[in-house]
Design a protein around this ligand. Sequence first.
Ligand code: FES
Length: 129
Amino acid sequence: MAAQNIKPLRDVVIGKYDQLRTRERVVLDIDGKEVGVYFEGDEVRAWLNVCPHGGGPVCQGKIMPRTVHNFLPGGKSGGLGHHESERNIVCPWHGYEFGILSGEHPIKSDVKLIAVPVRISDGDVILSV
Ligand code: FES
C-alpha cells in the first residue's frame, strides 16, 4: 500500500473576533482552499466552500431562516413558515440548505458540509487548515 501524502494542519489567524463577528460571514481563500466562516450569536463555525451535493460554492449562498412545515391541531397542514432562530445556508447552485451551526441538510442528516476546525484564542479567530 502506498503511503498517503497527508499534510499536517496549520493554524491561520484570520482576524479579531470582535471585528469579524460584526459580519455574519466571511469567505476566505487559504492556500487555494475556500472556507466560509460564520458568526451566529456567540458561536463560530467554518465550512469548506464545497457543497456536498454537486460541488457548488455553498458558502456564497444566501443565509435564511430554516423553512418549517406548520401543522394545525388535528394534523392538517398549516403551510410553510420559518423557524424563529435557526438559520440555514442556501447553496446558490440548486438550493440545498444546511444549518449554519450543524452543517447538516435538514432532512438528509448524512449530507453535511465539511467542517474546518475553528477556535477563538486571545481574541483571535484561528482556522486549522
Ligand atoms: S451543488 Fe449545492 S445544491 Fe447542488
